[in-house]
Design a protein around this ligand. Structure first.
Ligand code: ADP
Ligand code: ZN
Length: 222
């Protein structure tokens, strides 16, 4: 029985976390929670936390931990994710967030199954992000070399496909720097807990997904 599996996805901007998270959610029948998507939706809806978050996002800075944790806790509770399983995409992104998540899961007696690190060299992610185009409504990602069938219109939901406001060169450099300083320490944290699997993130979405699924199933003993 593989339902109810609890996963997190780690990896640089442009490493393919969003793409793999969607596939994992579908394959294991679990919820997909992307903090970036959540904040963008909250900002569009004009909620206080959304408007505060977008100030940081547009500059490529991290949203403060207290805001992030509040929003994530709310979503986990509301969706019943502790019991039904989840794949977290873009969270945790600081050691404090990882420790808070670990404490919540331990308190609920619902330990994390696997922390997946998607490894892609920086020069490749720079190229991926420069050409990245995203659906404003459902978050499906495209690339200049793999556009939607109708220019600017999402294949999945018909929403508008555009470049993200924070995919500018300055913001991307800052986000990659923060990935190294703030997020990389998390890898050691999960390695120490024996939960980390490192996956080669190069190749097609299908190839990467096969690697990820095989690694997760191996961990689940299935
Ligand atoms: P990317 O991985 O390309 O940065 P995301 O959509 O995951 O894209 O995140 C966009 C922005 O949202 C981040 O640059 C950051 O400002 C904010 N954000 C998302 N998740 C977190 C988090 N867990 N902690 C702090 N900030 C976050
Ligand atoms: Zn869409």
């Amino acid at each position: 029985m593989t339902s109810g599996v609890r996963l997190i996805l780690l990896g640089k901007q442009g490493s393919g976390k969003g793409t793999q998270a969607v596939r994992l959610a579908d394959h294991y029948g679990i919820a997909h929670l992307s903090t970036g998507d959540l904040f963008r939706a909250a900002a569009r809806a004009g909620t206080p936390s959304g408007l505060e978050a977008i100030e940081y996002m547009d500059r490529g800075e991290l949203v403060p931990d207290d805001i992030v944790l509040k929003v994530v806790r709310e979503q986990m509770r509301r969706g019943g994710l502790m019991d039904d399983g989840f794949v977290l995409d873009g969270f945790p992104r600081t050691l404090a967030q990882a420790e808070a998540l670990e404490a919540e899961l331990a308190a609920a007696d619902r330990p994390l199954d696997v922390a997946i690190d998607l490894e892609v060299p920086t020069e490749i992610v720079l190229d991926r992000i420069a050409g990245r185009r995203v659906c404003e409504d459902c978050g499906t990602t495209y690339h200049l070399t793999m556009p939607p069938k109708v220019a600017g219109v999402c294949d999945v939901c018909g929403g508008t496909v555009s470049q993200r406001d924070d995919d500018t060169e300055a913001s991307v450099m800052r986000r990659l720097e923060l990935y190294h300083t703030a997020t990389m320490p998390i890898l050691d944290f999960y390695r120490g807990l024996g939960r980390l699997v490192e996956i080669d993130g190069m190749g097609s979405g299908d190839e990467v997904f096969d690697r990820v699924r095989t690694a997760v199933d191996g961990r689940l003993g299935g």
